[in-house]
Design a protein around this ligand. Sequence first.
Ligand code: SF4
Length: 431
Amino acid sequence: MPNNKNKIEIITLGCSKNVVDSERLARQLIANNFEISDTSENSDSIIINTCGFIDAAKEESINTILEAVNLKKQGKIKKVVVAGCLSERFKSELQKEIPDVDVFFGTEDYEGIVKEFGGNLKKELLGERELTTPKHYAYLKISEGCDNPCSFCAIPLMRGLHKSKPMEELLYEVKSLAAKGVKELIIIGQDTTDYGKDIYGKRNVAELLNKISQVKGIEWIRLLYAYPSHFPDELIDEIANNPKICKYIDIPLQHISDSVLKSMRRGITKKSTVNLLQKLKSRIPDLALRTTFIIGYPNETEKDFEELKEFVQEIQFDKVGVFDYSVEENTPSFILGNPVSDELKEERKTELMEIQKEISFNKNKSLVGKKIKVIIDDIEGEYFVGRTERDAPEVDGEVLIKSDEKMLKLGDIYYVEIIDCNDYDTYGKLV
Ligand code: SF4
């Protein structure tokens, strides 16, 4: 067996917040003379950063753990370490069910994991990361945990209550990312609009974004995970007036019927939601809106679903994600059971995505003939693959540019004329 001593594979599951945690952990392990490898074939150990959000994610995490344990049983690797949300939430159960795992850690326990490998935590490097995204964009996690009482959500059980990261620490992190060539920063947290209320006594994400926009090298700033019921007004102005902030907001709404929103404990009504969206669209020209909905919540009736379809037709979101309701232990809605069948959830999800597909196609068609900025992420076959300010990485559409035109530099931003489109992507040529 090749000498893979000191080679560790980190498998990251779940959301972009887990990506940031794994990048921080990788930086710590490298500082302790470990090498991060991208396959188990040439690794001595595997660390699995798990997700415990909904059923599908839990299943994927457990399958990944079992695969790693199998490699250990075959003598192909020596150590399996499990960390992250699923482990934070179900540690004792997992220890009983999968005893071949060497050790289980919760979330953000960098010190524990580094010590497990005989190293020690390098406090001076805590703001630093080993990027796993393409070098020109990175996620910036501005807070951890969540104070919102959404009835279906297990995240506060795994990530705790809302904690903002001090601005100076974040700006240090931004400067070190910009020095590495990062141009696009994607702002994440469980609820990014709550930033600052705990440590500055007010929600001041607008101030943070303004300061980030002054860091040399950062060209695009994108806000994800905004919460509808307390959207700061200054944030609307900052997004509208700051040329470095993408005219793009990801604001999960989860539903629109008042009876479902009430049972979900979202703290907002249909009327206030519509008012907020109209305000955002009127004060931020060309705004691209992304949202997500949960289908099949226990008290969702056919009438509620009709209302949701009409709402999606009316608002014309640019991007929509739809999730099936997942029954989560220890969440307030757990007692409501799961009365909406999986078949009906699937049916409703398909129907809603069909509506959105048409909206997405028409929005793409309206871009044809326009000259817009595109950042180049990758090259695939005969195309360069890029994104506009209206597209977040990994979840939204792409712009495909024929690669025989001119050699483009990954990570650079070019003006592109949109010449064609399909339901979710567009085709462009260099201007
Ligand atoms: S805002 Fe609601 S859904 Fe989102 S993490 Fe917080 S509790 Fe969960």
